[in-house]
Write a protein that binds this ligand. Sequence first.
Ligand code: MTE
Ligand code: MO
Length: 429
Amino acid sequence: MTRTQNPPGQPEQVAGNGILHRRLFLTGGAAMAGAAGMGLMTARPASAQLPLEVPEWMKAPGAAMSGYGTPSPHEEHVQRSFNSLPGTIGSGVSRTPHERLEGIITPNALHFERHHNGIPDIDPGRHRLVIHGLVERPLMFDLESLSRYPLVSRIQFLECSGNGRANDAAEPPQLALSEIHGLVSCSDWTGVPLSVLLDEAGVAPEARWIVAEGADAAAMTRSVPMAKALDDAIVAIYQNGERLMPGNGYPMRLFLPGYEGNMSIKWLRRIEVTAEPMMTREETSKYTDLLPDGRALQFTFQMGVKSVITSPSGGLEMQAPGLYQISGIAWSGAGRIRRVEVSADGGQSWAEAALTDPVLPISLTRFRMPWRWNGGPAVLQSRAVDETGAVQPTRAALHARLGTQFNYHHNAIQSWLVAADGTVSNVYA
Ligand SMILES: Nc1nc2c(c(=O)[nH]1)N[C@H]1C(S)=C(S)[C@@H](COP(=O)(O)O)O[C@H]1N2
Ligand SMILES: [Mo]
């Protein structure tokens, strides 16, 4: 960490190119009070504006209520971006617009989606979940019976292991953050621990895996180690307090905290308890990482430690030079985020960002960093470290380890170039 000379009365610069001490964002300190004096808070003196005008919306009664709310029409630009595969309407991905969101919870209507054969229109009254195979008592559940089991709730992220893949291109793609990293979302998931259901079915001693199958036209099927199934897997039936969205698995899905999204089978209808993995398409030809020597990594279940600055980010524009709040998200499939460091000089110097409470295991974690932009070019980066000590790699380090043919598990550091004209673009640094 480079310490630079600090102008008197100004916040302490703790890394190169204007990175300031995070204490500005730490709760409980008097630092916030100082923020006004530093010009971070952009309020204007009120005296010239008084009395306030009385706008037209104060002169007539407001609109009626509704059974289910919709966002303000002024926020209509906050949308998922999506692509369907050629010749299909529902197969492909939609991505969470993190560049327009704050906090850690993804609104349900903005949760990313990955469908292999569209969103099935499931009648919850006719949907069934069966547990069979190497069990003493094969069992069948419907939404009604499942809802009566003891429920657990956890705030956890879900990430497609294809997230970030766009940055494998030889030249940095000029895309919005969400188009590169929007295949991660974070929700309060409520459901029944799978261990409870497996316990009731009575797992045979030789059982080592489960095979989960979805009720979509892809009948997506993945094998999951029994250890994970008995640890923290749930059959989720609520998402942020309401029933699952159709696109996220209504009426029930498998949810495997920290594991690549592909394994969290949506529209769950069958769990077969087995001795061996099934070697399905999704764990052989897909969701495996091809290495430079022609071999492939199979079963990379846990998602690595990762972070990305959401503001400022690609395609957004900076206004005048001055004090800014860098904001971003960090997450790890292995547990809590311990630390996030931020650089404004392309990784030459780093300083620790403030983590915004709550900092939960296997959840998105919000970080913030005060930054004085001097109006010159700056390369902004964030680097997360999780509670196991795993450090988010640079793009070069990731490629040195996996080559450039691997398709999944791209957790490299993202670099945003802020140009002198205030435009923000994607660069490889
Ligand atoms: N039945 C079924 N389950 C599925 C899929 C699917 O196409 N069908 N896609 C998988 C993939 S690749 C991912 S990344 C996650 C995405 O979950 P989400 O759409 O709720 O974000 O669901 C997984 N479960
Ligand atoms: Mo995925």
